[in-house]
Design a protein around this ligand. Structure first.
Ligand code: NDP
Length: 434
């Protein structure tokens, strides 16, 4: 704790994983002797760098850039870049740590990493975002590569940012190394379904979990927090499966639409115009807008899908959701539920899909993008979507089997951590003291 002072999110993610692994360590005391736990919680490498750029008025601005290369035990480091003012080393470490187990769960050969900057793309012109991305990549390029470390998007990093980052990497490196970044546009090496993958994958995972208990999305009222990449495509898939998303949010507030959220309107506001979700009620006057994003959890629902950011559901929110009849929660965002909130859901018998398992569809499809880049081929939408679905079903099966095997039937938090951990621990054992 002393060594990682002022990193509460990192402590939270490590605590959750360690608590889950008690039964594994009882069965495999050699993991303790081999120092697997101490090693896995220490990044292999962390890079912090200055990112200077000029704004549209010509003023020099300085942000801080991060890349934490956490574990290469099972493949090159892989994980997104987050651009948000709240970014600091502790946040990037928690995300990188989670990524190790998530990537292992996909069954694909990818290690764990994460990066980003405290730069805020909100309110910046395209030219400013481009200059920032070019400066960021001018340092980052020396640390990444298709066999070394492959970044992707996350909060604040979408198709626009990945395009600018890729352009600068290509220019500096004088190489068309398509597999160095994922989430690319379709005209220059991107994969179909990558844009939809995290949201679709979340709903495929939840559908499998619901089916195992004789339930489905059909006719259910669903809350989806956030209105970014993950939230939008989770909503899309819920609607395809016959559910009704009645509320979405952004960092200022939430909209409630009893008729079901009109996703075309949300996409126009958030993806095209890059404006606030409050605009929604101008086009749908029977819907309500409320200031304050936390309020979304007070709306009665059958299923809740937190898809915005970490720690957005606390113990009190979890109590309210359960009291109002919520039967299932699927984490689209990373660590959106606090440890206390998670405990409430598990103790009250709410079906709970933890982030590591439930949102792994994004990185899995990124790995499929890397495969297509290596083969210099492009698969169809249907091919990639079918592979994504198979991966999500397998993640559900592996996590629930591990939970049962280690005496925690139906606890997918424990199951996902164990299933993800064992493969990495075995790879570390085989590779010696590295
Ligand atoms: P986006 O930037 O596309 O969207 C983020 C959304 O969450 C926005 O609506 C944003 O609102 C809202 N939000 C951000 N911070 C806060 C906050 N502090 N309080 C309330 N709302 C907030 O990001 P993504 O959709 O890509 O990512 C969302 C989550 O999913 C993150 O936890 C990310 O790590 C996780 N994730 C993403 C993957 C991906 O493939 N993109 C893969 C796996 C996990 P506003 O517009 O006001 O900023």
């Amino acid at each position: 704790v002393k060594r990682n002072a002022n990193e509460p999110e990192f402590h939270q993610s490590v605590q959750e994983v360690l608590e889950s692994l008690v039964a594994v360590l009882d069965k495999h005391p050699e993991y303790i002797e081999l120092g697997i736990m101490e090693r896995i919680a220490e990044p292999e490498r962390q890079i912090i760098f200055r990112v200077p750029w000029a704004d549209d008025t010509g003023r020099i601005q300085v942000n801080r850039g991060f890349r934490v290369q956490f574990s290469s035990a099972i493949g090159p480091y892989k994980g997104g870049l987050r651009f948000h003012p709240s970014v600091n080393v502790g946040i990037i470490k928690f995300l990188g740590f989670e990524q190790i187990f998530k990537n292992s769960l996909t069954g694909l050969p990818i290690g764990g990493g994460k990066g980003g900057s405290d730069f805020d793309p909100k309110g910046k012109s395209d030219a400013e975002v481009m200059r920032f991305c070019q400066s960021f990549m001018t340092e980052l390029y020396r640390h990444i590569g298709q066999d070394i470390d492959v970044p992707a998007g996350d909060i604040g990093v979408g198709g626009r940012e990945i395009g600018f980052l890729f352009g600068q990497y290509k220019r500096i490196g004088n190489t068309y190394e398509a597999g160095v970044l994922t989430g690319k546009g379709l005209t220059y090496g991107g994969s179909l379904v990558r844009t939809q993958a995290t949201g679709y994958g979340l709903v495929y995972f939840m559908d499998e979990m619901l089916k195992a208990k004789g339930m489905s999305f059909a006719g259910k009222n669903v809350l989806v927090s956030g209105s970014g990449n993950v939230a939008i495509y989770a909503t899309d898939k819920v609607h395809q499966l016959g559910g009704k998303v009645v509320a979405m949010s952004d960092s200022n507030g939430y909209v409630y639409d009893a008729n079901g959220i009109n996703l075309a309107t949300i996409k126009q506001i958030k993806e095209v115009e890059r404006r606030r979700i409050s605009e929604y009620v101008k086009l749908h006057p029977t819907a309500e807008y409320h200031v304050g994003w936390e309020g979304i959890w007070t709306i009665p629902c059958d299923i809740a899908l937190p898809c915005a950011t970490q720690n957005e559901i606390n113990e009190k929110d979890a109590e309210t959701l359960v009291k109002n009849g919520c039967k299932a929660v699927g984490e689209g965002a990373n660590m959106p539920t606090t440890l206390e909130g998670t405990r409430v859901f598990l103790e009250r018998g709410v079906l709970f899909g933890p982030a590591k398992a439930a949102n792994a569809g994004g990185v899995a499809t990124s790995a499929l993008e890397m495969s297509q880049n290596s083969m210099r081929l492009a698969w169809t939408f249907e091919e990639v979507d079918a592979k994504l679905k198979t991966i999500m079903v397998n993640i559900y099966k592996n996590a629930s089997m591990a939970a049962e095997e280690y005496g925690h039937k139906d606890n997918l938090v424990v199951g996902a951590n164990i299933a993800g951990f064992i493969k990495v621990a075995e790879a570390m054992r085989a590779q010696g003291l590295v």
